[in-house]
Design a protein around this ligand. Structure first.
Ligand SMILES: NC(=O)c1ccc[n+]([C@@H]2O[C@H](COP(=O)([O-])OP(=O)(O)OC[C@H]3O[C@@H](n4cnc5c(N)ncnc54)[C@H](OP(=O)(O)O)[C@@H]3O)[C@@H](O)[C@H]2O)c1
Length: 298
């Protein structure tokens, strides 16, 4: 056999092995939803709508007590009483503005009182649209406070509660934009990239302590996210339907994968293909133009 034939055989073997490993990982349910895994309290930020509300619903259904965090207390209280009634779990509403140090401290304090904290979901967030120099400074700072400062501080507080029990997990809700640089979303993309890098590094630090960290990277998801003032000029119809996922499906994939060895989890095969584009150096604006063109058939 020639040298180049050997090269192809080795390359094929490695590719086959990596593919097989990925299938094994994707198909293996994480331990957090296993019937015999310990139940305790899960803290979910941004639980008053969208992806966070879904985490609260799916975790309560699986038997976790939940603490629901956001600013809109009325919405949290309605959800908490529904979860108590339907699933017989403890569910508590905690109003906190995570763009402020006081808001973050409230959640840190609440977690500090829990002996059975098993999961933190740092999901609260919002997007700002527009170039760095044209956007107001304070909305961008608020976003950095919520996505970066609050997530970092709460992760730190949660893990320090979990270490003595050698059990627990943190999910940081990132985005597929973490893989791209997006003109017009500089800080949004950068905060999400932070969450991916941070999650990978902290998982490496926690590996021997039995704790798990996940960075969940959804793509377009039907929630209230695009209803804010920031997205005035955005219409959901601009984006083809097959690029959208339901928050229910996104959260199912996240919880299914939690603890199965993957840190960065991209829900949905369409989003996984999109993330591959990042490695080709394609930027977010070109992707958005492509999506519009596909929608328009042009
Ligand atoms: N939807 C998408 O297409 C998409 C795609 C990728 C990633 N994501 C990420 O998914 C996460 C959840 O967003 P979503 O899509 O579910 O949007 P959403 O329906 O608008 O929910 C956002 C949640 O964050 C909370 N929140 C916002 N600012 C807050 C603050 N200062 N303090 C406390 N809570 C705050 C909101 O609650 P209150 O207003 O009651 O405070 C709400 O519960 C975000 O991190 C977002 O970046 C979304």
């Amino acid at each position: 056999m020639t040298k180049s034939t050997w090269k192809w055989i080795v390359a094929g073997g490695v590719a086959g092995y990596l593919g097989w490993q990925k299938v094994q990982k994707d198909g293996r349910a994480g331990r957090f939803l296993a019937a015999d895994s310990p139940r305790g309290t899960a803290v979910v930020t941004g639980a008053s709508s969208g992806i966070g509300e879904q985490y609260a619903r799916q975790l309560a259904k699986a038997g976790y007590d939940v603490i629901l965090v956001a600013r809109r207390l009325d919405k949290l209280e309605v959800l908490a009483s529904e979860l108590r009634l339907n699933h017989g779990v403890l569910a508590e509403a905690l109003s906190a503005d995570l763009a402020t140090p006081e808001g973050v401290e409230r959640v840190e304090e609440a977690m500090g009182k829990l002996d059975d904290l098993v999961l933190l979901v740092n999901n609260a967030g919002f997007g700002t649209m527009g170039p760095l120099l044209e956007k107001g400074l304070y909305s961008q700072l608020d976003m950095i406070h919520v996505h970066v400062n609050a997530a970092m501080r709460l992760t730190r507080a949660a893990l320090s509660r979990m270490v003595p029990n050698s059990y627990g997990g943190v999910i940081n809700v990132s985005s597929i934009v973490a893989f791209f640089h997006g003109a017009g979303s500089a800080n949004y993309c950068a905060t999400k990239a932070y969450l991916n890098t941070f999650s990978k590094a902290v998982q490496a630090e926690m590996k021997d302590k039995g704790l798990v960290v996940q960075a969940l990277c959804p793509g377009y998801t039907y929630t209230e996210f695009h209803d804010s003032q920031e997205y005035n000029e955005f219409s959901r119809n601009e984006v083809p339907g097959w690029l959208w996922m339901s928050s229910e499906a996104v959260v199912q994939e996240s919880l299914h994968a939690l603890g199965n060895g993957q840190v960065v989890v991209v829900p949905g095969w369409v989003n996984q293909v999109i993330v591959r584009f990042a490695t080709l150096g394609i930027d977010l604006a070109s992707l958005r133009r492509l999506a519009k063109r596909l929608k328009g058939g042009g």
